[in-house]
Design a protein around this ligand. Structure first.
Ligand code: PLP
Length: 862
């Protein structure tokens, strides 16, 4: 169902009236022809509006339309874009082909920020861009996804850099009626307003619809008449306020988001939360179930089954947490209504002995499917949440990973799309996740790829110069220096880009640790290297702003002037120019703080080569031949790591990167071969089509199926599962190991086998291991009222492989029921392992309805 909207009357002639439809669908943001169509209406205004087609249409003098509709060049391009748009809408999609049975249910995707396009600055960095790219690929693939977010009147700030290198946060004040969003209307054609609760009072919310190709994102807005002035400010700014604003935003996003889905009548089966900010969705859904008379434990089980949680934060301090008092206050209407469940609700956000209510804990407790955003981040997250899961081994913690990607049509340069279209198979963009698609890159003549790359580099340099000239003019620099800036940077020099949020862990100033060595690189007359830096620091982040001042100061030192430049106001537009125009994309975060990182993925598909710390996505993307790594001892203290990483950066530049770029003269075929190798190996994997397919296959569809099974027949199965869990939890204390016996400690006749039989865990390959003597182990386990078949009994020991210890899990088989619900189990183990010293016996509850082996964080060890 598509909610009712109505376009404003712009007075376009009939022949070009579909411009409105195109302007109000962010599909334009990933269609080069559509962007060019709007730009061609009025290039100056197009730039002034930050490429906002709605504002452009609204502000263009109506006298301009008739001549345009008679201009054959414009009309030809208009027709082409409309026809392309119609084709897009009518294509059969991947989801339709793959999951025809699941077209009727939707997946709601909650995120505090969305980065679709520079004209809608409701993102701060990677998290938001990822959410935007997720939606765009969902549209391309036909996934029935619905986005839920907030519409911030002041967006995220515009960045100016003053003459002292001080970042100045300039407020945006959006007039929503000039953005590519439309208010959702009710059946009477009036703006739909829903009601959520903050503390003990109702808050009215308007709902704005951003159309993103086939899908929609609904953005909540608290700036509604009738709300108190404090409440009207809740959605004023992304990450703008104090903890009170923050929690109020999160309450609105989570609970208001669910209410919006209901008001819109959208049948939603799965709820995906992008980071913990939206975890309060669970509170609202529990409230719904309780109101319908469903017992608390059943409600919780149902919410868990239908929730997917993606965590993005690799350090404990990065997770949102509030005092319990704040939760009690801001969720007071919920607690008043369900006073008898207040402790259970609060428990959902509290770890053991933890005084704060942690949004990540809430998310983990209410989502059965959880994932990190790269392979390494998956490991880091499992390790971080081990104690949360009763200190099981890291590998057993039920958090997986789905590595981030980027939306190729949005980030790949139009010039490269054209080149690829000439050499890659016909449907290369639709088939971007196939490795074979990219094999044909070999066919592109090196000179052709280099020409396009040089063209993009020149375009980027023009963009950078304009940015600097504006910055310097505003800051009142001498005319001569402003003039000089319009000649800064050279398309012939090896060009390195570094742009992202200036968060301290990203260590933007690492390269400046040895200015003389940097000087020799930058000012080598035959082999010059130049750097472009850009990024915003959060207005409250003083160390981040200090980094900006440092880069600014260095960029003005004579020997670096015009060769190390700092651009202001990093946004998606600038990001596109940079990732498309540089030779090298540099990323040197402190490992493992970069959960994934995506800017390097944008750079890679454009033929820029990554030079990065083996952190986040690059730890799995780098294969030794498709870029360069920055080395260092990952276990050393931060200062040592910094020194080692810096040394690695300089050495690699001096000995590998600069020579490869320059050794063969103006056309380095070796360099171009590496560009191709980078595109070939990385483009098919690190895109959001692959990522969204992974989410669909691994999380959405399994959750959807499980949820539908759970709720069928008046909640029959979910009630059974919830009752079962409750029974297990309250009776688990009866389960214990009574007796363990190593049978064959003094029995020479023990069998000799090459592998460990009956193992449920990762067992070493038979061939890789010499035969070892085995022994039998028996254990007597008491179960009390719990049926032994509702558990598994296993032996856990550790084995060292390649410097690391891995758990080996051996299933024990029940062999005999003794008296009084005591069961005897048996297994075979390598003979040298001794009970308690080397191995333990573990009992854990199981059920076919569990998503993971440690769904109930209960187990007994002995
Ligand atoms: C891609 C992108 C990011 C994310 O960059 P990382 O290097 O992955 O942190 C941040 N901001 C903008 C504007 C981007 O386009």
């Amino acid at each position: 169902m598509n909610p009712k909207v109505s376009y404003p009357n712009i007075g376009l002639p009939h022949k070009i009236e579909r411009l409105v439809e195109l302007a109000y669908n962010l599909w334009f943001s990933w269609n080069d022809d559509a962007l060019e169509l709007f730009a061609s209406i009025d290039r100056q205004r197009w730039e002034q509006t930050l490429h906002n087609p709605v504002q452009l249409l609204l502000e263009t003098d109506s006298a301009a339309w008739n001549p345009l509709s008679k201009d054959p060049v414009f009309m030809e391009s208009y027709e082409r874009v409309c026809s392309h748009w119609d084709t897009y809408l009518n294509e059969t999609t991947w989801f339709q082909n793959t999951y025809p049975a699941h077209l009727q249910q939707s997946i709601a995707y909650f995120s505090a920020e969305f980065g679709f396009h520079e004209s809608l600055q409701i993102y701060s960095g990677g998290l938001g861009i990822l959410a935007g790219d997720h939606c765009k690929s969902a549209s391309d693939l036909g996934i029935p996804l619905i986005g839920i977010g907030l519409l911030y009147k002041r967006g995220y700030f515009l960045q100016k850099i003053n003459q002292d290198g001080q970042q100045q946060a300039e407020q945006i004040i959006y007039d929503f009626t000039k953005l590519p969003v439309l208010p959702v209307l009710n059946a009477d054609g009036e703006e739909l307003v829903i009601q959520a609760s903050i503390a003990d009072r109702p808050v009215q919310l308007k709902i704005w619809q951003a159309r993103v190709g086939r899908m929609s994102v609904f953005l909540l807005d608290a700036d509604v008449e009738g709300n108190s002035s404090w409440d009207r400010e809740i959605t004023a700014q992304l990450y703008g306020g104090n903890q009170d604003i923050r929690i109020a935003q999160e309450v609105l996003l989570g609970t208001g988001g669910v209410k919006a889905l209901r008001a819109l009548g959208l049948p939603t089966a799965v709820y995906h939360i992008n980071e913990g900010h939206a975890a309060f969705q669970a509170f609202e859904r529990i409230n719904e179930q309780l109101s319908a008379g469903v017992p608390f434990h059943v409600a919780l089980e149902m919410i868990r089954a239908s929730s997917v949680f993606t965590t993005h934060t690799p350090v404990p301090a990065g997770h949102d947490a509030f005092t319990v008092g704040m939760i009690e206050y801001y969720c007071s209407s919920l607690f008043e209504k369900w006073n008898n469940h207040k402790q259970e609700l609060l428990q959902l956000g509290q770890g053991h002995g933890n005084q704060l209510f942690n949004m990540t804990h809430l998310a983990l407790n209410t989502a059965a499917m959880r994932n990190g955003v790269s392979k390494l981040h998956g490991e880091v997250s499992r390790d971080m949440f081990r104690s949360f899961h009763g200190n099981i081994h890291e590998q057993e913690v039920p958090i997986n990973h789905i590595t981030n990607g980027v939306h190729m049509p949005s980030w790949l340069a139009p010039e490269l799309k054209e080149l690829f279209s000439r050499f890659l198979p016909g449907h290369w963009l639709t088939d971007q996740t196939s490795g074979t698609t990219w094999k044909s890159l070999e066919l592109i003549p090196p000179q052709s790829l280099w020409d396009v790359h040089t063209q993009l580099k020149e375009k980027m340099i023009q963009f950078a110069r304009a940015n600097l000239v504006e910055q310097y003019s505003r800051n009142g620099l001498p005319t001569a220096q402003i003039k000089e800036a319009s000649g800064y940077l050279s398309a012939k020099a090896l060009t390195i880009g570094f742009a992202r949020r200036f968060a301290t862990y990203k260590r933007a100033n690492l390269i400046f640790n040895d200015l003389d060595r940097l000087d020799r690189l930058v000012n080598n007359p035959e082999r010059p290297v130049q750097f472009l830096f850009a990024g915003k620091a959060h207005p409250a982040d003083q160390p981040g702003q200090e980094m900006i001042r440092e880069i600014h100061r260095i960029s003005l030192i004579d020997r670096f002037r015009g060769k190390i430049v700092l651009l202001e106001n990093y946004d998606m537009n600038m990001a596109r120019h940079l990732v498309q125009g540089v030779d090298i994309w540099l990323n040197n975060p402190r490992r493992p703080y970069e959960a994934s990182g995506t800017s390097g993925q944008k750079a890679a598909m454009n033929g820029a080569i990554n030079f990065s710390i083996l952190d986040g996505w690059w730890e799995e993307g780098y294969d030794g031949s498709n870029g360069w790594s920055i080395e260092g001892n990952n276990d050393a203290d931060p200062h040592t790591q910094e020194l080692e990483n810096t040394e690695s950066i300089y050495t690699t530049l001096e000995q590998k990167i600069v020579p490869l770029y320059y050794n063969q003269g103006p056309l380095s075929t070796d360099w171009i071969a590496r560009m191709k190798r980078s595109i070939q190996t990385l483009a098919p994997v690190y895109n959001t089509d692959r990522m969204v397919m992974d989410y669909t296959n691994k999380a959405y569809v399994p959750s959807l199926k499980r949820t539908l099974l759970f709720v069928a027949n008046q909640l029959d199965l979910v009630t059974k599962v919830a009752d079962y869990k409750r029974f297990i939890i309250s009776n688990w204390h009866h389960v214990h190991v009574l007796h363990v016996k190593d049978e064959s400690s003094d029995n020479d006749a023990s069998p000799v086998l090459a592998t460990v039989p009956g193992s449920a865990g990762s067992v070493p390959e038979a061939s890789s291991k010499p035969a070892q003597p085995l022994k039998g182990v028996t254990a007597q386990i008491a179960f009390g009222p719990i049926w032994y078949k509702d558990t598994v009994v296993e032996i856990v020991y550790y084995e060292q492989r390649e410097q690391e210890w891995f758990p080996v899990v051996v299933m024990m088989e029940p062999v005999q029921e003794l008296l009084d619900r005591v069961v005897q189990y048996h297994a075979t183990l390598p003979a040298h392992l001794e009970h308690l010293a080397h191995y333990k016996i573990r009992i854990r509850p199981v059920s076919a309805s569990f998503v993971s082996s440690f769904e109930l964080p209960l187990f007994t060890m002995s």
